[in-house]
Design a protein around this ligand. Sequence first.
Ligand SMILES: *[C@@H]1O[C@H](CO)[C@@H](O)[C@H](O)[C@H]1NC(C)=O
Ligand SMILES: *[C@@H]1O[C@H](CO)[C@@H](O)[C@H](O)[C@H]1NC(C)=O
Ligand SMILES: *[C@@H]1O[C@H](CO)[C@@H](O)[C@H](O)[C@H]1NC(C)=O
Length: 278
Amino acid sequence: MFGRTILVLLLLWTQDSVKSLRVVELRVPTHEPEGGMALLGCQYDLQGDTLYNVKWYKDGHEFYRYVPKSDPPVSYFPMAGVNVDIGRSSITAVALVNLTQDSSGNYSCEVNGEAPNFATVIRHKHINIHLLPKSGPHIVGLKEQYHLDELVAANCSLPPSRPKAHLMWFVNDRPAPTSYVSDPWFRVSDERPDAVESILQISFFATPSDFVNGAIKLKCQATIAPLYQKKTESTHYIALPFTEANEITGEEKDIATSTTLKNSLISLLIPIFFLILM
Ligand SMILES: *[C@@H]1O[C@H](CO)[C@@H](O)[C@H](O)[C@H]1NC(C)=O
Ligand SMILES: *[C@@H]1O[C@H](CO)[C@@H](O)[C@H](O)[C@H]1NC(C)=O
Ligand SMILES: *[C@@H]1O[C@H](CO)[C@@H](O)[C@H](O)[C@H]1NC(C)=O
């Protein structure tokens, strides 16, 4: 009897220690574009505890606190890059607006329970703020037409971004052979020292295999994972070299000659046929 009581107490105690305040989900985006907004969510399960407060930190500094029993319940501590839209924030979410480079960092949500347990749980996640380019990749240096064996050279550049972009050239929808492409280079922006312009050059001597039905399609793709991907496409034509064009005209001439020959043969044979009949 006594032994059974101890077992029951032990079970209750075990259950109690398992059942305690916990953060069910910390929903914080990992990447956001500059100038945008981010909604940070913190879902918790009190498991019978009473909530004392919820605190939000960036890089260890508290910027937002929600205390249900206080009036007003919200306290906000301004910080560079942390612009909280109070109207859209609540006990389980914080809305950050006007994101800047300073908004990047380690965000934590801390949930505190009241007496007698005074349970505390904290979860954290990093947010990267990207600067997306003002426009898509830009191709310069191409001509409308090329001759065989002529040098095809172009630069693809993407306006300043942070971090730098990954550029890729495609020839007729297939990644360009590595021998066509040089190493990318990056130029620090004058107006944004934290951002760089990305440039990638393609250059090759045009061969018949580069052209499909007399045309070559060149495409440049810029990627800033996981937020951004854009392509710019440009089609160019091959001009038939002078000698080859002549040959074709010659062939056409040959066909014409043989037809004339056939015709004159017939006109010659018809009188002969009539002559035989007579
Ligand atoms: C992020 O913040 C939490 C809580 O403040 C801390 O425990 C963690 O070590 C930090 N992580 C990094 C990578 O700084
Ligand atoms: C965000 O920027 C806009 C426009 O500059 C400004 O009106 C607004 O007050 C800013 N919001 C916050 C919370 O900083
Ligand atoms: C590409 O840019 C480099 C460096 O600015 C320049 O030297 C080169 O001539 C450019 N190529 C073309 C095809 O515009």
